[in-house]
Ligand binder design. Sequence first.
Ligand code: F6P
Length: 347
Amino acid sequence: MGIRRVGILTGGGDCPGLNAVIRAVVRKGMDIYGYQIVGVMEGWRGMMMEGLSQPLDLDKISGILPKGGTILGTSRTNPFKDPDGGEVIARNLKQMELDALIAVGGDDTIGVANRLYEEYNVNVVGVPKTIDNDLAGTDYTFGFDTAINIVMEAIDRLHSTAESHHRVMVVEVMGRDAGWIAVAAGISGGADVILIPEEPYDIDEVCALIQKRHSRGKNFSIIVAAEGAQPRGGEAVLQAAEKDAFGHVRLGGIGNTLSREIEKRTGFETRATVLGHIQRGGSPTAFDRILGTRFGIAAIDLVHQGNFGKMVCLHGLKVEAIPLKDAVAGLRTVDMELYDIAKVFFG
Ligand code: F6P
């Protein structure tokens, strides 16, 4: 079957670099391959509602490379919450005359793409994004580098105020199931303790590390905690118990919880900073612009080759492709060798 019209959507939490992908798909898809590129709005919600789309052209993508977020909008819509969701999407693709679809997203979005490919024969290609860097099958997702640079800068800034006031500063960062942001930003920002979901913490050990630092003359400390970090034998702190369409609860609050405990146990004045969605906003770094661009080009190349059911990925320095099902087979958690490096600087 010849390809004429290609859809592209962005799903799940937004991240810097999405617009670089869209721009690359449009530039190569239109200019080199002669395709019509259609932007499906608001992730899978747009695919469930025929008509929530717009043709993309060179005008629409002009100037978007440095912009954060996504010009297509996004949502956490899970079409498979509706028993007919798969069929609705397959039907809408026909109605919209889309011969192929590029789905840009994290494990939830790629999981939907995989089911559409396996169960409904949809010509789909995936592109991995997430600030969390926790998607299996790729060494990096774009968005992560921007996020860790934002957190690193925040840690740098917190150092000076922590030192002036002789305080302990707890920095809460994103990372529901994987602590990549905490570890990478913590190492680059010089954190004194880093807490991640992969290794439950003991509050007494955290306090002992802070006390050790203070006993060698340092009168301030920086603790970086991923939102999903849990105490040994305990649970991560919930911000909201209700689950989203993919079954995720909303985490948040560990910064304040830790701050109270540390102050109570050590007597050191402690403050919490919750970076929240600042980590997802704003202009992408050069690394994320380049990775997004390379992924966009690779995705439209896969479409051109008719190589569907794949997700583009980064292996070392090379952009390659793996089956969608391998990308959603499990979460990519923190490399514990990297965490061991971070631990050398604890306390
Ligand atoms: O998946 C990306 C992410 O930023 C997570 O780190 C975080 O837990 C979640 O999204 C927050 O989701 P929302 O934007 O829906 O609050």
